[in-house]
Structures are given as C-alpha cells and as structure tokens.
Write a protein of this length. Structure first.
Length: 279
C-alpha cells in the first residue's frame, strides 16, 4: 500500500492518504497505522464506504471491539456499533431539544475499570447546512505545557468515576450493572509512547479520591478550562464516509452542538478494548 500521512494541525492528528480499508491490508501497513495513531492521537481516513460489518472489521485493525454502555443506542444486528443519531435527541423538561453531541471535552467510558483504548467514529450523514464538527484536544501537550511544579502536584490526584451521564440512552438493567466506582490516575501514561496526559471525564467523575464531590469537580473544571486552549485543539469538519480514530489515553474529543436539531447528523461509533490506566 505504501503509507502516506499528512498532518492536519500542529497540535494533533494526521490523515492517512489513499487507503481503502475494505481491501486486504499488509501487516506492516496495519502496524504503521497503529503507530501513527499512538504518536499523533488522531487518525483520519477519508472516503471509506463501509457497511456496518465493514466498519467493525476496519476498526478491528486497531484493536478488539467491546460493548458500549449506551445500550439503547446499539445497532440491531450489529451491537458493536452505537448509532449517534440527531433525530433521536431527547426533549428536556424545559422543552428544549438536547441536541446530540457533547457539551464538554471528554475521553470515553472512564467509569470502566479498563476504559477503551480507542474510539472509532464513522460519518454516515452530516448536517446539510454545516455544523456538527468534532473537536480533538491533545492532552499530552496540555500536560507538557504546565510548569514542572504544577505537573508534580497533579500527579498526586486520582479520580473516582461512575456512570453519570445520558441515562436516557441506557436501560435500567444495564444501568444497574454499571453502578460501581472506578479509580484512575488524573495523570496517566500512554501504554505505547510513555507520554503523560491529563486524563478525566468531567461528567463521569464523581470526585477526587479522598475529597468531596463539589470541590473536586470545581478543581477539575478549572484545570480543563486553563489547559484546553486553542493551540492544543484541532476541529474536524466531518464529512460523509470519514473514518476517525482517537486515542483515549492521550486525547479528548467533543461533538459540537452548533447545528439545528432538525438537521440530520448520524455517526456510527465503535470502541476498542483498553487496559487499566496507570501513572
């Protein structure tokens, strides 16, 4: 195949050019793609015409797909895939539509003792009038930019996580299985590159270990507000058939809610098995 990579920003991400993952891929090229993802934290492969089964097969080049928590979003007949469909946006008590997309920067499934290593996204349909982009933040760079004494201080913290968000997307039976706490280091080491990053999902963090929830969440909110700055961010304009992979050990992402809820935005998502985060 001959792998060709193009940076998409100074902060994070590369695009792999001239690849069709519906075709057989050489072992050396597959490893080069995995290495590129670990190094750059975001890998973009455009123009991939996938059936659901082909999407799962392509994602499997990068790891083992695992079941996702939002059980009501899982695709019938292909439950490795969660369907993120703006047409299913719930109505809030205020009457406002809760447009699909994330309000905050996050990394996925931190309530799990072994959170996913990679989140795979596939563009099925995008808003015709624009919007609905996905942002990616290099949290290794965020950590590296901090003064050494601040880095050392953050190394002492651990987060206590549980399933807190989007309970409209999960059955009561599945929710009961997730009523547990998972403790992770706030600063984690990437299992391949050895780089350290800020690692937290604000909506799934209940508290910092040995601290109360309210001051814990205020501390994390201020940390993220001060470290997720424009020069560590790349905003990707999603197109139909884009295949995106984000490394959860080193990056955060955020789906932008800047489109009309009457516009259709559909993504398919697969997550890949990860290990226990460590410092």
């Amino acid at each position: 195949m001959g792998l060709s990579l193009k940076p998409v920003s100074d902060a994070i991400g590369v695009e792999a050019l001239d690849i069709d993952l519906n075709r057989p891929i050489a072992a050396a090229d597959a490893q080069a793609l995995r290495n590129a993802l670990a190094k750059h934290l975001l890998l973009i492969i455009r123009d991939q015409s996938f059936s659901p089964e082909q999407f799962v097969k392509a994602a499997s080049v990068f790891g083992e797909p695992v079941r996702q928590h939002q059980s009501t979003l899982l695709m019938s007949g292909c439950e490795d895939i969660a369907v993120l469909d703006s047409r299913r946006a719930p109505i809030l008590p205020s009457g406002k539509v809760n447009t699909v997309g994330s309000v905050i920067w996050h990394t996925d499934h931190t309530n799990d003792p072994q959170p996913p290593s990679v989140t795979c996204l596939y563009g099925v349909e995008m808003p015709k009038n624009g919007g609905g982009d996905t942002g990616f933040a290099n949290m290794q760079m965020a950590f590296e930019k901090l003064p050494k004494d601040r880095q050392d201080a953050l190394m002492a913290f651990k987060t206590v996580n549980t399933f807190r968000n989007r309970r409209d997307c999960i059955t009561d039976d599945d929710l009961a299985k997730l009523e547990r706490e998972s403790v992770h280091p706030l600063i984690r080491t990437h299992p391949i590159t050895g780089k350290k990053s800020i690692y937290v999902h604000w909506n799934q963090m209940d508290r910092l270990e040995e601290q109360e929830p309210e001051p814990s969440r205020k501390f994390i909110r201020e940390l993220l507000d001060n470290t997720i700055v424009p020069d560590i961010i790349y905003r990707h304009k999603l197109c139909k058939w884009d295949f995106l992979l984000v490394d959860n050990a080193g990056a955060m992402h955020k789906g932008m809610r800047d489109y009309q809820h009457t516009e259709t935005r559909i993504l398919h998502r697969v997550i890949l098995r990860g290990g226990v985060p460590y410092q």
